[in-house]
Design a protein around this ligand. Sequence first.
Ligand SMILES: NC(=O)c1ccc[n+]([C@@H]2O[C@H](COP(=O)([O-])OP(=O)(O)OC[C@H]3O[C@@H](n4cnc5c(N)ncnc54)[C@H](O)[C@@H]3O)[C@@H](O)[C@H]2O)c1
Length: 371
Amino acid sequence: MTEILIQLPPPAAVAYPVRVGTQLLSDLGRKVQQFAPSPSCALITDQRVATHYLAAVRTALESVGYRVCTFIFPAGESNKTLRTVTAAYDVLLSARLERTSPVIALGGGVTGDLAGFISATLLRGVPFIQVPTTLLAAVDASVGGKVGVDHTLGKNLIGAFHHPAAVFTDVTTFRTLPPLEIQCGLAECVKHAIIKDARLFDFIARNLSAIRACDSGVLTELVAWNVRIKAAVVMADPFERGERALLNLGHTFGHALETLTGYANLEHGQAVALGTVAACHLAVQRGEFPEASALAVEALLTNIGLPVRTAIRDPSAIIEAMGSDKKIISGHRRLILPAQQIGQARIAVDIPEAQILEAITYLQPQGVAAS
Ligand SMILES: NC(=O)c1ccc[n+]([C@@H]2O[C@H](COP(=O)([O-])OP(=O)(O)OC[C@H]3O[C@@H](n4cnc5c(N)ncnc54)[C@H](O)[C@@H]3O)[C@@H](O)[C@H]2O)c1
């Protein structure tokens, strides 16, 4: 088991551990009790995760004396909405949870974001425990305190900063994930590598087979490495006023693609992969990133099984959708671009629209032939 301690400076001034390893679920009751003692708790999960892990987690919580109130919602991004939040409030308030009762998120990033928002707002805020069961949630969504839901005008437009009291990642839960979900988690790992650590980029490339085979040792190292990177960025900038924006590499393009497809045809990680390719290409065009590095990124994403090209009917619609992204500050379009080499990135402001359009057009399948 590996533990990473996240310590946020004032005004947030919170500290919480992220524990990564195996056999964490069976002992979850004792662990949760250590960080959020209470007679009762809320367990929030989606229907798919419930079929695999609800019984074991519920038993673990009840075995240490928790009265467990369970809220299960249908899986999928389309349910990360205020409507689901309201349904959860009905169940949790009827169960008479207390201010000390922790909300436990058992599942992927959708569950974590949703349950986190519920815990931030229920009774003006109750303790929050993250138990991520997807690679993406483990390396990204469960760390950093961003919680929230989607709006029809865009992803994650309603939310809050609410940090968990602890995060417990049992990497053996990844064994039941469809391969696509591992691929999507790896998109965020590649993002971390591009912005902060070329050695992580090589580690992912070298260990792809072991990651696909869900080797516990390799997965524990992969998750811990990524949590350390995200934690360092979050600790330096808890409220995303500066450097934390680097974590959005590929996301401004990606969110726009997701918004235009109504979140239906594209997984978040797939959208991030396409957005990363567009950002790398844009940096190459501006002479800020070697073409060989951009091609290495595309090769790794392709080896992982992620898309690097997609048919885009109307590139200008993507630009318009990027305009509703909340990373727009005072009308200035900020994009995160790789800088100089893999392992470095920068915040670029006011990139000319023509260059952005060119990068979007590069994603078209014919871009392969043209390049
Ligand atoms: N808060 C943040 O900082 C942050 C960062 C990155 C992403 N996110 C959010 O995370 C979400 C994406 O997360 P995700 O990819 O984990 O999505 P998800 O929660 O929808 O999980 C993906 C699918 O895998 C299933 N699943 C989860 N764990 C499983 C397991 N162990 N075995 C079998 N099936 C399992 C789920 O039921 C779902 O169908 C997006 O909403 C994104 O906005 C948030």
